[in-house]
Design a protein around this ligand. Structure first.
Ligand SMILES: [Zn+2]
Length: 252
C-alpha cells in the first residue's frame, strides 16, 4: 500500500472511539485528507500533541490513492503554534482559519498555494497584535483561491468604474454594482467607495504583509460585512468558531 509523506497542518480532530481519532489535514502535496490515528487518545500516545488543530507537522500516512480514510502512521511537529494557543483572540482566529479550510475545501482539493496560504496566515496570526485586517484578508483571499474571486474593479452590469456614491454588492453575481445600475440588479448590501478601496488592497496583498494595511476602526464593520458575508454565501451558515471571535472582539 502506498505510503505518503508530506508537510501538513491539522484542521480538525474528532474522537472515533475510546482510543482512536479521526483527523483532517491540509497537506502540502495531496490537499485535504482525512485519516484514522490509532490509539491517539491514549495518554502515552506516540502522536503526542502533533494532532492538535493548527499543528504544523511532517505527516506520514498510508492507504490507496483517493480513498476516503487513510491510516496515519507517523507525525513530527515542525511548529506547534503554542503562542497562538495561549491568547484567546489568536486561538479563535487560528481555529477559524482551520475551520474554513475544513468546511470550504473538498477532500483532495489540491493546490500547494492553499497550503502555503494557511501556513502564512497562522504565522501572521501568531505575530500580529491586531487581527481584524488579517481575518478580512483571509476571508477574501480564501474565497478567491477557491476560484470565486469577487469582481471589484468595475460594475458587473455597465462595466464602468463606479462613480462616487453608494456601491452595491450582488452575492448572486459575485461583484459590485454601481449606483446608476442599482435598479437593475438585486444587491444584498451597499457600502461606501472608501470600503471598496480597502477591499481592492486586501484582494491583492500578500498575507505576509497583512500588518502593513491600517484600516480605520470606523471602516472595519463595512469591510467585515462584505468579506464575512462572502464566506456565508459559499458556506450557507455561520462557521462555528466565528461567534467566539466576535465575543473576544467585544471584550477587547
Ligand atoms: Zn453600473
Amino acid at each position: 500500500m502506498p505510503l505518503f509523506n508530506t508537510r501538513a497542518i491539522v484542521l480538525r480532530s474528532v474522537n472515533l472511539s475510546e482510543t482512536d481519532k479521526i483527523v483532517t489535514f491540509m497537506t502540502e502535496k495531496f490537499g485535504k485528507i482525512k485519516g484514522v490515528a490509532k490509539s491517539a487518545r491514549k495518554i502515552k500516545s506516540r502522536f503526542g500533541a502533533a494532532l492538535e488543530p493548527m499543528s504544523y507537522i511532517q505527516l506520514i500516512y498510508f492507504g490507496k490513492e483517493n480513498q476516503e480514510l487513510f491510516k496515519i502512521n507517523h507525525c513530527d511537529i515542525i511548529q506547534s503554534f503554542q503562542s497562538l494557543r495561549e491568547d484567546f483572540a489568536k486561538l479563535y482566529t487560528g481555529v477559524y482559519f482551520a475551520e474554513l479550510f475544513d468546511v470550504l475545501l473538498k477532500e483532495g482539493d489540491h493546490c500547494a498555494a492553499l497550503f502555503q496560504f494557511l501556513l502564512d496566515s497562522l504565522v501572521r496570526a501568531q505575530d500580529l497584535d491586531h487581527l481584524e485586517t488579517l481575518r478580512r484578508l483571509f476571508e477574501l483571499r480564501l474565497i478567491s483561491l477557491l476560484g470565486y474571486a469577487p469582481k471589484l474593479n468595475h460594475c458587473i452590469l455597465c462595466k464602468k468604474n463606479p462613480s462616487p456614491g453608494w456601491i452595491g454588492f450582488s452575492y448572486h453575481r459575485g461583484g459590485i454594482v454601481c449606483e446608476s445600475c442599482s435598479g437593475r440588479e438585486k444587491t444584498e448590501i451597499k457600502f461606501r467607495p472608501g470600503t471598496l478601496n480597502y477591499l481592492k488592497k486586501l484582494s491583492i496583498m500578500d498575507v505576509k504583509h497583512a500588518g502593513r494595511l491600517k484600516i480605520p476602526k470606523e471602516a472595519e464593520p463595512e469591510i467585515e460585512m462584505v468579506t464575512h458575508r462572502l464566506v456565508l454565501s459559499h458556506l450557507g451558515r455561520e462557521p462555528k468558531s466565528y461567534p467566539f471571535i466576535k465575543q473576544m472582539a467585544a471584550l477587547g
